[in-house]
Design a protein around this ligand. Structure first.
Ligand SMILES: *Cc1c(COP(=O)(O)O)cnc(C)c1O
Length: 249
């Protein structure tokens, strides 16, 4: 039999899959180098942020071995996770979240990285309890989003560092929630090293009270090296793997 399309033979990649394979490999290489440079023995976990990108890309990445995906809007995440039901992937909710969306989010999310107030923790606990009685879902991993703005303001979301202890207590004592650690986004225009050093200090304080809350969710496409340097356990990488997404304002 003659081969009409020799370039497509073997890998079976469509062009988008080939592109994703290459970009994923480049990011994994950066993570390895940063881990070695930091003298760490274990690489942080990669969460690919798939917001604004179609479910087909998530399916391609799952085929390439990615198991963890991040989304920041409930409507989009609910639709995508439903479309891909049956794929062996975990969904991480990483965006600002209104309490009235908790019920929807716990149907697909294995973790929420953006818990920034006790009221949201309460809503999540209630929603998880209901979901657990219906379907036996596991406990929900909760990261406390910490604001690293100098003014402690909530510009990009997050609790002030001084509120972390109280919030941690409300998560740790809620049935169905597991206090996983802290999360932050480096403030715009700031040095990511300074921001992530501050986050590492917040994490140390938290672990003093909650020794199992070891997670540090930090680091995006632009600043993953700094995040690895300061102990990130989870990286949330979007555009460097999936490409640019439409700007929303
Ligand atoms: C979009 C987003 C990311 C990924 O950002 P990239 O710069 O595309 O890597 C990470 N974390 C949060 C909270 C996000 O909203």
């Amino acid at each position: 039999m003659s081969k009409q399309f020799p370039t497509a033979e073997g890998s079976g990649d469509d062009p988008r899959t080939a592109e994703l394979r290459e970009r994923l490999a480049a990011v994994r290489q950066r993570i390895s180098s940063a881990t070695a440079a930091a003298g760490r023995s274990e690489e942080p976990q990669l969460i690919v942020v798939s917001k604004f990108h179609p479910a087909a890309d998530v399916a391609r990445l799952a085929e390439l071995g990615v198991a963890d995906f991040g989304e920041n809007r409930d409507q989009e995440a609910a639709a995508k996770s439903a479309e891909l039901a049956g794929l062996p992937v975990r969904w991480h909710f990483i965006g600002q979240l209104q309490s009235n969306k908790a019920k929807s989010v716990v149907k697909y999310a294995s973790s929420v990285h953006s818990v920034d107030r006790p009221q949201l923790a309460e809503a999540l606990a209630k929603a998880v309890a209901r979901q657990q009685s219906e379907s036996g879902r596991p406990d929900l991993d909760c990261y406390i989003q910490v604001s690293l703005e100098d003014d402690g303001g909530a510009h990009r979301g997050g609790a002030a560092p001084s509120d972390v202890e109280r919030l941690a207590e409300s998560i740790a004592t809620a049935a169905g929630l597991r206090l996983a650690g802290v999360m932050a986004v480096a403030p715009l225009g700031a040095h990511p090293e300074e921001a992530f050093e501050k986050l590492a200090a917040v994490s140390r304080d938290l672990r003093g009270l909650h020794p199992d809350a070891v997670g540090i969710s930090a680091g995006m496409s632009q600043d993953l090296e700094a995040a690895v340097q300061f102990g990130a356990t989870h990286l949330r990488i979007g555009s460097d793997i999936l490409g640019s997404r439409p700007q929303v304002g």
